[in-house]
Each structure stands twice: as structure tokens, then as C-alpha cells.
Design a protein around this ligand. Structure first.
Ligand code: URA
Length: 212
């Protein structure tokens, strides 16, 4: 698994406002949107393209367009939805699938309670959206689910990650023997006893959508 951490003053500036408990939902959503666009720029560095012939007002030339099959973006419900518009703004021709992950309270293993994805993902570049990589269980479970659908090229985009979560995620995905990249805006200090990232930003889903 390859890990990329964004190191950029604009990202640090936006993250600071995102973390602030005084930042209200509308601003929080706008900041997530902007941060995802910056994450997506890095995450799509190896997106496949194919040549295309065009004519400028003065001469013909050859450019590129996204290759087929088009990339697929997979937000993990619910908080991953808050990252979708930032991603599709940068990659408007991508298709969008959905995965809902929840932890089985008996086995403690994540399982997929909802999904809308092609049966066969071989040859598709998959981009998974999940703002908080805390324990790594649901993100790892999602990548395992995609691998079972024969995905072999998965890039995950997260806003914040805990070191413990990155390690668990690495162990889970390295066993799958597929190409996996993790792009995060920042790696925080640790997880607390309730599974929250410290200093983090609190519950990303609640801050995006309110407490339901
Ligand atoms: N999920 C969140 O939304 N926040 C955390 O800190 C950890 C998991």
C-alpha cells in the first residue's frame, strides 16, 4: 500500500478551519468540498488517459481524454457522500457507485449493508471516499469488498487518518495483493478510547449532516 500525505499550506489552512468546533455545517461542507478537490488532484495523478485528436482555432493536435472504462468513485455511506461533489467536479465523467459499511457487533468485523456497484470491477480504477480513517476497519472492509468484485486498482481518499488506522488498513489491504494507494490531507496523533481521531474534527457525518 502506498501512502501519500498532502503537504501544502493551503491544505493546512483549510484543515484548521475544518477542525474548529465553531465552524458550522455550511462552511464545513464547503471546506470539505475544497479539500477533496485538492486530494483528488493528487489521487488522480495516475488516472488512465487515451489520445484524442482535436483541432484548435489554428491547428490540429493530439490531446488526451480519460480512457475507457471510466474511473468509478465509491463514497462510503454516510460521511463519504460529503466528499462526492468535490471529486466529481474534478472527474465529471467518472461513474459513481455506493457502499454502506457497518460493524457487526458480534464478530466486530465490518460488513456491507448496502451497495450499488458493477459485479465486475476488473480494469476499473476505483476511488473510495471516506473522510476519517480511524480504526481502518470500514475502509479496509470496503477495499476487500471491491477486491471480491475483482477490482485491482484502488485509491482511497481521506481527510484525516490516525496512525493506528493506517497500520491496520495496511495489514488488511496488503493481504489482498491488489494495487492500493491511500491519499490523506493529514495524519493526526492517535485514536482515543472511543475510536475518535485526536485532535481530529469530531464526527464528520454529524458535522456534515447534523446529528440524526
Ligand atoms: N469517524 C469520525 O467521524 N470521526 C472520528 O474521529 C473517527 C471516526
Amino acid at each position: 500500500m502506498e501512502l501519500k500525505v498532502l503537504d501544502h499550506p493551503l491544505v493546512a489552512h483549510k484543515l484548521t478551519h475544518l477542525r474548529d468546533e465553531n465552524t458550522k455545517s455550511p462552511t464545513f461542507r464547503a471546506l470539505v468540498d475544497e479539500l477533496v478537490t485538492l486530494l483528488a488532484y493528487e489521487a488522480t495523478r495516475h488516472v488512465r488517459v487515451q489520445p484524442v485528436e482535436i483541432t484548435t482555432p489554428v491547428a490540429p493536435t493530439v490531446g488526451v481524454e480519460l480512457a475507457d472504462p471510466k474511473p468509478i468513485v465509491v463514497p462510503i455511506l454516510r460521511a463519504g457522500l460529503g466528499m462526492l461533489s468535490g471529486m466529481t467536479r474534478l472527474v465529471p465523467t467518472a461513474e459513481v457507485g455506493f457502499v454502506g459499511m457497518v460493524r457487526d457487533e458480534e464478530t466486530l468485523e465490518p460488513f456491507t449493508y448496502a451497495e450499488r456497484l458493477p459485479r465486475d470491477l476488473s480494469g476499473r480504477q476505483c476511488f473510495v471516499l471516506d473522510p476519517m480513517l480511524a480504526t481502518g476497519g470500514s475502509l479496509g472492509g470496503c477495499v476487500k469488498f471491491l477486491a471480491e468484485r475483482r477490482a485491482n486498482d484502488v485509491t482511497c481518499l481521506c481527510l484525516l487518518a490516525a496512525p493506528e488506522g493506517i497500520e491496520r488498513f495496511r495489514q488488511l489491504v496488503d493481504g489482498l495483493k491488489i494495487e492500493t494507494t491511500l491519499v490523506v490531507a493529514a495524519v493526526d496523533e492517535r485514536l482515543n478510547e472511543h475510536g475518535y481521531i485526536i485532535p481530529g474534527l469530531g464526527d464528520a457525518g454529524d458535522r456534515l449532516y447534523g446529528v440524526i
